[in-house]
Design a protein around this ligand. Structure first.
Ligand SMILES: Cc1cc2nc3c(=O)[nH]c(=O)nc-3n(C[C@H](O)[C@H](O)[C@H](O)COP(=O)(O)OP(=O)(O)OC[C@H]3O[C@@H](n4cnc5c(N)ncnc54)[C@H](O)[C@@H]3O)c2cc1C
Length: 460
């Protein structure tokens, strides 16, 4: 019997995790796998780009988990620098263009995986395409930025956007000796936090010498006579000199192929799948990673949350399904961690505005504690904000800003959220304690105790 044909579009986390898992389950005589990647690299860690740019990871190739050659050695026909430009669902084939030669050809499939990731938002502003203006979505983007950084003798960098990619890139550029200004539209950096927690990030960044400008609506990138970016202009009439500009204004699902083919998309433009990551209504098409919406288990609705941790799990689930096994991805609770220089930032669950939008009545509790016993050398300050539902006391969300050792504590809250625990139950958790690791009451439990009191007071 002829081998089934699997076509994968997108050669990074979700796509190659799916292809690799399918290959583990089925050998080449049963399943022929062709994967298309329009860039040069496969299975790389985009998450590591800020640390390579900042010099903490010395080699670009350390970010590559598996090269195209390594995939080919596992019987995956990997075609790099080849872009899929059309999906023909009725004919079960994809049209691909070799980006070197421009030649196009059709490839037939029995099963299709769409893992095209996300597209960085690039507002249509004068000068946005100038030399020296960079996104950092793919490893190819990262390489282009590194080439600019190595060429420029100037030392002024402007980062547009203060989400986690913006703040991580600010740290990276500081690490390379740049004077960094972060321009962002919001009230505070890190809009994934409530503004009161974002204010702590703002203060800390300014303390690190990173200038952050709130309410800054970028209108134009000014260029010099050679067409290189020289400054960023804002609606307030201010100009921020720049030898390099990094864009971190967010991403949107890269689903233009899926849209053209009539596949189902959600409000965000992300593909809609069932729990086994099958595209809704299409038995032989799967999708995962940054191009899909995920179920937010706390808010009870679909959202676009582009994170590598989801993409890898999606790939695993897809590969199992494609390979004849069974796996599902139940959804997320919205956990994310990042850092800027010494400051760690974490969140899980709902912010105040998410809880309001979901129609939930809640209380919040904010506490200050330390990452280790207060007397232990190196103890760092840590602020925890916790949201709990009124009446039931159900945990709704946690945000953390603090020194080294703070961020990953959010995982306790992520587990509690997944289990649907109340803040009372969080107080009773048997967490580990010794002075080098935490105060005798873990900061998460200190916040939970305060939240318990707030729930009781609100309903007294
Ligand atoms: C700077 C940065 C830092 C990050 N840090 C973190 C972090 O700390 N933690 C975390 O969880 N996540 C992080 N992320 C997010 C994480 O990298 C992504 O969620 C993850 O890479 C998504 O994987 P993916 O396979 O869905 O998409 P991608 O990694 O975007 O891969 C999609 C691939 O598809 C290719 N492609 C697209 N269209 C086509 C086509 N038509 N034909 C052929 N190929 C195509 C693209 O070239 C790309 O290589 C970070 C992202 C960035 C950019």
């Amino acid at each position: 019997m002829a081998a089934e044909r699997l076509v994968v579009v997108g050669g990074d986390a979700a796509g190659m995790a799916a292809a690799s898992q399918a290959r583990r389950l089925k050998g080449p005589t049963e399943l022929a796998i062709t994967a298309f990647e329009r860039g040069h690299f496969t299975s790389y860690s985009a998450c590591g780009i800020p640390y390579w740019v900042g010099g903490r990871v010395p080699e670009r190739d350390a970010l590559i988990a598996r090269t195209p050659e390594e995939h080919r050695a596992r019987d995956i026909d990997l075609r790099t620098r080849t872009e899929v430009v059309e999906l023909d669902l009725a004919g079960q084939r994809v049209r691909a263009r070799d980006l070197g030669s421009g030649a196009e050809s059709w490839t037939d499939y029995d099963k299709l995986v769409l893992a095209t990731g996300a597209r960085p938002v690039r507002p249509r502003l004068p000068g946005i395409g100038a030399h020296g203006v960079h996104g950092v979505q793919t490893l190819d983007d990262g390489q282009r930025l590194m080439d600019t950084l190595e060429r420029t003798s100037g030392r002024r960098a402007v980062v547009v956007g203060a989400g986690y990619i913006g703040v991580e890139m600010a740290e990276a550029l500081v690490g390379r000796g740049f004077e960094v200004t972060v321009l962002h539209r919001g009230e505070q950096p890190m809009a994934t936090l409530d503004p009161d927690m974002g204010a702590l990030v703002h203060a800390a960044m300014n303390g690190m010498g990173i200038r952050t400008v709130a309410g800054a609506e970028v209108t134009k990138i000014l260029t010099d006579e050679e067409g290189r970016a020289s400054a960023v202009a804002t609606a307030a009439g201010d100009e921020y000199p720049a030898d390099v500009v990094v864009l971190g204004i967010g991403v949107e699902p890269r689903t233009s192929l899926a849209r053209a083919a009539g596949l189902p998309l959600g409000e965000s433009g992300g593909l809609l799948t069932d729990l086994s990551m099958r595209v809704r209504g299409h038995e032989n098409i799967w999708s995962g990673g940054d191009c899909v919406e995920v179920l937010d288990l706390v808010a009870g609705r679909n959202r676009h949350i582009p994170l590598g941790t989801h993409a890898n799990k999606h790939g695993q689930v897809i590969g199992s399904g494609v390979g004849g096994g069974y796996a599902t991805f139940p959804g997320v609770v919205g956990t994310a961690v990042s850092k800027v220089c010494e400051l760690e930032i974490a969140r899980t669950g709902l912010r105040e505005k998410d809880a309001l939008a979901a129609g939930l009545r809640f209380v919040s509790a904010t506490i200050e504690s330390t990452t280790t016993a207060g007397y232990y050398p190196g103890a760092a300050k840590m602020t925890v904000k916790m949201l709990a539902e009124r009446r039931t006391g159900r945990l709704l969300g946690v945000q953390i800003v603090g020194g080294a050792g703070s961020a990953k504590r959010v995982d306790i809250a992520a587990v509690a959220l997944t289990a649907g625990m109340t803040v009372d139950q969080v107080v009773s958790l048997d967490l580990g304690y010794a002075p080098p690791f935490s105060p005798v009451w873990d900061p998460i439990q200190v916040a939970a105790r305060k939240a318990v009191s707030a729930v009781r007071a609100a309903d007294a």
